[in-house]
Structures are given as structure tokens and as C-alpha cells.
Ligand binder design. Structure first.
Ligand code: MLT
Length: 312
């Protein structure tokens, strides 16, 4: 068969709209980041990027769908640290993480906050820890499924306080937030891209941030470290991927559009208002994302194995 020569193939790219799969429900942190950058990338590419939410299995269902998509440049995946943790957490993933994708670039790294329903009793994080340890069988912790960032943070928290909690999985922390607001679930560790508005509005309670330093948007919110839980740190990096076999000219073109989006003042402001910031241009590249994924799989593998948390 006549092979499409990549340069000719990529010359007119993109000629039609592109699907960006978000492997979590609409209205959550990943969806927020995706819609923010997709809009500006569309402007540079001259073609619409349509976000498609595919929730389930902590993000690995959506990732698997993109792994099987045509490598024609018209299906991409925006996913986060869960791409790395799922490689260890899931014994039977539908794809081989390090061989199923091409890389476009890193997008942003988002802090997490431990939050609770607004009438949760403890006054501060030390009291929160004591209360949770003393009532483990009555407290419910929401997450977006095994492999989600909220799951990883919850796993680290439970290990740090040596206490097992009842967890409630959702298709994303967008729907989880609805139950937290309604008091149907007690606590959650989630990204500032999903919690900032609710914390500012007083509709949920924030106890600590999982970053080494306090957040500019919440100067009075202590870090977990200073509130008495050293080493409880995790931030959620996000990247854009394409199916294996997508031509380099295409992923390079997408990386350029991503860099344009991340350099946009409106994107930087919107991210700052949500407690995060765009990745620097040199990280919004295929090589930087490939390096990040490989090092993060190696970093989290022993941590997950020590926690003994797996999905079969
Ligand atoms: C998670 O990993 O917790 C997800 O980011 C939740 C989401 O984006 O809905």
C-alpha cells in the first residue's frame, strides 16, 4: 500500500476538528485544565478542539480509548499523574503505558488541598487528623477511582496517618464535589483547580495544602508539613498525549499550539486564580513529557507497592 509520507501528511495538518479526551467527568479539575488550553490551542491550529469526557477506572478507561485511536493526529489525551500511577496500580491495563503513546508536552502542575464538607467538626488540620483517626469507620473519603490524583493523595494521607478510611469512587471529582457540598461524603483531597471557588465561597472547608510552600491564593492555609504531617506532599502534573504512531510533525505542531496556549495571558491568569501556573515552554515539549512520565512511573512504583494498593 502507498504509505502516506509523514511530511505530506502533516503539511495541511490539522484539516478538521480534533478530539481531546479527558479521562474524567466534566466539571472536574482535569476537565477545567483541558478546556482552558483547548480553546487557545484551537486558535493557533485554526481547527476546533472538542473535549470528550470519558470517565472510569481512575482515568485509565479514557487513556485506553486514546491508545487504540487512529494515530492520525485527530485524537489526543489530556491526562495527569494518574498516567504514571496506573502503570503500577493496575495489574491488567488495556495498554502498555510506555509504548502506547506519543508525547506532546506538559501543561501545568496543580497543588492539592485536603477539604471537607463545610460543617465537618475539626477546627484545624491537627484536630482533623485526630478526629479522622478516631472515627475511621464512620468517615467517607471521596476520590475519582483507583489511579486518580484524588486517590493517590488519599492513599498517601492514609499511609501518613496509618489509618484506613472508607473511600467512595466517582467518575471525577466534579461529581464528587457535588456530594461534598451536599454533605453526602465527608472529606476529599482534590486539586485547587476544582476546590478554589468552593473554599473562597465557604461551601467547603479547607484544612491543609499538599505543597512545600503555602499557596498565594490561600496565604492562611497551612501546608500539611507545618500542620504536623511531614512528607505528605503531592502535586498533579498534566500532559497531552497522542496514540503511538502519530507522526512527529503532528506532535511537534500540537506542542507549538500548546506553547502558544500556555503563553497566553488569559490562560496564565485563569490558572493563577485557580492556584496553579502554566508549564514553562521548554516543558511543553514531547521530550519533556516523555522524561516526566518515565521518571514518575519509577518514582511512584515503590510507594504504591509499599502501600499495597492495587486494582485487579
Ligand atoms: C482526579 O484524578 O482526582 C481527577 O483529576 C478528578 C477529575 O479531574 O475529575
Amino acid at each position: 500500500a502507498l504509505l502516506l509520507s509523514a511530511p505530506a501528511f502533516a503539511e495541511g495538518y490539522p484539516e478538521r476538528q480534533i478530539t481531546m479526551v479527558v479521562p474524567f467527568a466534566a466539571g472536574g479539575p482535569t476537565d477545567t485544565v483541558a478546556r482552558l488550553v483547548a480553546e487557545k490551542m484551537s486558535g493557533d491550529l485554526g481547527q476546533q478542539i472538542i473535549v470528550e469526557n470519558v470517565g472510569g477506572a481512575g482515568g485509565s478507561l479514557g487513556a485506553g480509548q486514546v491508545a487504540k485511536a487512529d494515530p492520525d493526529g485527530y485524537t489526543v489525551l489530556l491526562h495527569h499523574i494518574g498516567m504514571a500511577t496506573a502503570a503500577t496500580l493496575y495489574r491488567k491495563l488495556a495498554y502498555d503505558t510506555l509504548n502506547a503513546f506519543e508525547y506532546v508536552g506538559l501543561v501545568t502542575e496543580v497543588p492539592m488541598v485536603m477539604v471537607a464538607r463545610k460543617d465537618f467538626e475539626p477546627a484545624d488540620f491537627p484536630a482533623f487528623i485526630e478526629y479522622v483517626k478516631g472515627n475511621a469507620d464512620k468517615i467517607t473519603m471521596a476520590n475519582a477511582g483507583i489511579g486518580a490524583a484524588s486517590h493517590l493523595c488519599g492513599m498517601l494521607f492514609q499511609s501518613a496517618i496509618d489509618t484506613q478510611l472508607v473511600t467512595v469512587p466517582y467518575k471525577g471529582t466534579g461529581p464528587a464535589m457535588t456530594d461534598l457540598l451536599g454533605g453526602q461524603v465527608d472529606i476529599m483531597c482534590d486539586q485547587t483547580t476544582n476546590t478554589t471557588q468552593q473554599i473562597k465561597g465557604g461551601t467547603i472547608k479547607a484544612y491543609a495544602t499538599t505543597t512545600p510552600e503555602r499557596l498565594a491564593i490561600f496565604p492562611d492555609l497551612p501546608t500539611a508539613e507545618e500542620a504536623g504531617l511531614p512528607g505528605f506532599e503531592v502535586s498533579i502534573w498534566h500532559g497531552i498525549y497522542a496514540p503511538k504512531g502519530t507522526p512527529a510533525e503532528v506532535t511537534e505542531r500540537l506542542s507549538k499550539a500548546l506553547q502558544v496556549a500556555l503563553a497566553d495571558e488569559g490562560v496564565a491568569k485563569a490558572m493563577a486564580d485557580l492556584g496553579t501556573a502554566p508549564s514553562p515552554a521548554e516543558d511543553a515539549t514531547p521530550a519533556a513529557l516523555k522524561e516526566k512520565l518515565e521518571t514518575e512511573i519509577a518514582r511512584w512504583k515503590p510507594v504504591i507497592e509499599a502501600a499495597g494498593v492495587y486494582a485487579d
